[in-house]
Write a protein that binds this ligand. Structure first.
Ligand code: NAD
Length: 487
């Protein structure tokens, strides 16, 4: 079995304990992972704090930090296919997607490399004649970055990039499911030449490793991606250290199709929106809200496309839908699908696991029109599309916003005025019009409501890893007068 290590204070080492990682395509253990417990966490946080406050990183110019980030970006690009193979092996995400996504991850590091020396302070037009007042932007401090099992290299990059550009140091906690690519990425951090302690990469379970990290007194900011239930634990833990948080949580995103839409494009976007990444995507367009007059026709197009999808081993280039990452994920999906059918939903296609070993589940479409189906309300994180229909914009909006989540929404129509009207009233952090699932380092990403707060991507994300220091300088040489009047 292949063996992975932690990266703490610039050194590769075994964890306090170890656990096995399962290949989701076979259900068989293939690698041994280190497991961080409280002591490892404490050493990693202390290393990050030392690197923040003393030594080469603390003294480094922003331009030099940017150069290190460019070097890291080049290394990610050069090793993209090896990292993609590891991610595919450890999480079951198909190789077509991991290859494309990791090649793009390099661009995220480039974007933040370029931003490092463009984070500026300000001079204030203060209302006192004998004062100069300015704002310095300083790193917020030691950052705990916690990611879930899907797209770990990508979700880590949107935290590591801006945090380093801002001058912070980090402890990155890979998920206990599929941590191999992120642990291997540590080799590139080392090769890029970051000073010891600037980036520490560990893995472990939420209850011990995650809890110890998020309540650690030296952690100043927690950048978390994962489920809303875990986010609540983290917010409670942060009551201990009063760390700030950014929370990128789940979704139950509406995908709205009007009768005037280009149906072929809308269908392709919907298929990608729900079946790409085997549905294990926070922005999965898992609720199709389709105009009643075209509902049957649109379902027929989707059904034909869903049934033509190539299900298979994730390391084959032809595969379009691979296994789910974990057995428990598939069990949850099976349960919710059968509860939905029992509640009166109509199975259009899929709905079961194929016979092969591994955690596969067929691309599934369920017509939930007119009933409250659990599949249309629960975030399933799997290849299950629930269909609802509407008559008129008002009903479409009511259905779209009928969720505590608010991460993303898709809108297909050729009526531009309607697209604007709808966009104004949709409650979500992202609206895609006549497209779906587009992302970029330049565009902020994040949710409303139960989908979290804070934004990743874009310039503002780097500012979120800073805090301001207000500096007052008295310019008068006169003695300070009456000490009992505030000036
Ligand atoms: P999860 O919340 O179970 O786990 C996420 C991470 O949190 C893991 O590293 C886990 O070990 C850690 N964790 C668990 N308990 C913890 C605790 N008490 N304290 C600190 N850390 C703890 O999520 P998951 O099942 O791995 O991933 C799926 C979820 O992630 C879905 O809800 C999905 O929508 C969400 N997600 C969101 C985005 C986004 O950008 N908005 C992207 C991808 C995934």
């Amino acid at each position: 079995m292949r063996k992975f290590q932690h990266y703490i204070d610039g050194v590769f080492e075994d964890g306090e304990a170890r656990f096995e990682s399962i290949d989701p395509a076979t259900g068989i253990a293939w690698a041994e992972m280190p497991e961080a417990k409280s002591r490892d966490v404490d050493r990693a946080v202390s290393a990050a704090e030392r690197a923040l406050t003393s030594g080469a990183w603390a003294a480094m110019t922003a331009t030099a930090r940017g150069k290190l980030l460019y070097r890291l970006a080049d290394l990610v690009a050069a090793h993209a296919s090896a990292l993609a193979e590891l991610e595919t092996r450890d999480t079951g995400k198909i190789i077509r997607e991991t290859s494309a996504q990791i090649a793009y991850v390099a661009d995220y590091y480039r974007y933040y490399a370029g931003l490092a020396d463009k984070i500026e302070g300000a001079s204030l037009p203060i209302d006192k004649p004998d004062m100069e007042v300015w704002l310095k932007r300083e790193p917020v401090g030691v950052v705990a970055a916690i990611v879930p099992w899907n797209s770990q290299l990508f979700l880590a990059a949107v935290k590591i990039g801006p945090a380093l550009a801002a001058g912070c140091t980090l402890i990155v906690k890979a998920s206990e499911d599929g941590p191999a690519p992120l642990l291997e990425f540590a080799r590139l951090v080392h090769e890029a030449g970051f000073p010891a302690g600037v980036i520490n990469i560990i893995t472990g379970f939420g209850a011990e490793c995650g809890a110890a990290l998020t309540r650690h007194p030296k952690v100043a900011h927690i950048a978390f991606t994962g489920g809303p239930g875990t986010a609540r634990h983290i917010v409670r833990n942060s009551a201990e250290n009063l760390a700030s948080t950014s929370l990128e949580l789940g979704g139950k995103s509406p995908f709205i199709v009007f009768a005037d839409a280009d149906l072929e494009s809308a269908a392709n976007a919907q298929i990608a929106g729900i079946f790409a990444a085997t549905g294990q995507s926070c922005v999965a367009g898992s609720r199709l809200i389709v105009e009643a007059s075209i509902k049957d026709k649109f379902i027929e197009i989707l059904k034909a496309k869903a049934e033509a999808i190539q299900i298979g081993a994730p390391d084959r280039m032809e595969t379009e839908v691979g296994p789910l990452c974990t057995f428990r994920q598939r069990t949850l999906i099976e349960q919710v699908v059968s509860e939905s059918i029992a509640a009166g939903a109509r199975l259009v296609t899929g709905g079961s696991a194929p016979d092969e070993a591994g955690y596969y589940f067929r691309p599934t479409i369920i017509d939930c029109d007119g009933i409250r189906s659990p599949s249309a309300e629960t975030e399933l994180f799997g290849p299950v599309l629930s269909v609802l229909s509407f008559t008129g914009e008002e009903e479409a909006l009511a259905l779209a916003n009928d969720t505590p989540f608010g991460l993303a929404a898709g809108l297909f129509t050729q009526n531009l005025a309607r697209a604007h009207r709808m966009t104004r009233q949709i409650r979500s952090g992202i609206v895609w019009i006549n497209t779906y699932r587009a992302v970029s380092p330049i565009a902020p990403f994040g949710g409303y409501g139960q989908s979290g707060h804070g934004r990743e991507g874009g310039m503002a994300a780097a500012l979120d890893f800073t805090r301001t220091k207000t500096v007052w300088l008295r310019t008068s040489d006169d003695p300070i007068p009456d000490p009992f009047v505030m000036r």
